[in-house]
Design a protein around this ligand. Sequence first.
Ligand SMILES: Nc1ncnc2c1ncn2[C@@H]1O[C@H](COP(=O)(O)OP(=O)(O)OP(=O)(O)O)[C@@H](O)[C@H]1O
Ligand SMILES: [Mg+2]
Length: 268
Amino acid sequence: MSNILLHADNISKKFQHYEVLDNLSLSVKRGDIVSLVGKSGCGKSTLIKLISGLDSDYSGSIYINGKPLKPHSSQVGVVFQEPRLLPWLTVAENIGFRLGKAGAKHPRVNELLAEMGLQGKNDYYPKQLSGGMAQRVAIARGLFCRPKMLLLDEPFSTVDAFTKMRLQDLLRDAAEYNQATLLFVTHDIEEAVYLSDCVNVMQTNPGRIKATVNIDLPRVRNRNDPCLAALKSQVLELLDDRGGECAAKEENGNEANDMALHLAKLAL
Ligand SMILES: Nc1ncnc2c1ncn2[C@@H]1O[C@H](COP(=O)(O)OP(=O)(O)OP(=O)(O)O)[C@@H](O)[C@H]1O
Ligand SMILES: [Mg+2]
């Protein structure tokens, strides 16, 4: 079995005459936590919609597990920036939504509620939840069908700093426990380097993967690790497209990555 779970091959996407994505290719390894960063408007959410199967109007191919992506596949779960819970359904009904009303009674609901630290909240309605709780319910809903891949589009951008840190750790542990592969979009570069096995940096106009920064550190990380600070600087430089200096750095992406890690380790 190949170790590549997701392969997006030469994806192009137009809105009217505007080519948002042009020959974008991206591979995600099975079991990895992968982030996608890039300036506003570069096409991150557009790409997530294509991979989730919500939009099939594009050219190129997307393979999950070596097979062409099918719309509404239960192999892919999605979590958006806002929880998007259905207000007339309880927490349990929202989590088990894919199975209809019966989903609320499925044993997986209680399992996921426990994992998300929401035991006993089955019968709450979305309006009774805080923003962080609602987003945990959205993650539980995304994991309900045991998707091979969970896509998350800026999942923690609307919560406070402490809730965000807690949710990041919870997501990392949930990915491990559920053996899910994650692809998440974020504007928070600290979050990207803290959580990811690799960070994909997108360029704008046309939207494409400009560079991939591998993060060869244990999954459970110290937020104050100087290696993370060095990697954050590297990603920020790749995002900064002013001047020709970046082009050279991009060419030497992996070498720069190794050097940054090496220097940070020496500083320990
Ligand atoms: N339905 C649509 N119709 C027309 N243009 C669209 C549509 N959706 C997105 N676009 C355009 O495609 C481009 C990419 O949008 P997208 O939402 O993917 O960006 P993004 O990278 O997710 O940005 P952000 O970081 O601000 O969320 C933008 O120029 C946007 O205006
Ligand atoms: Mg977006």
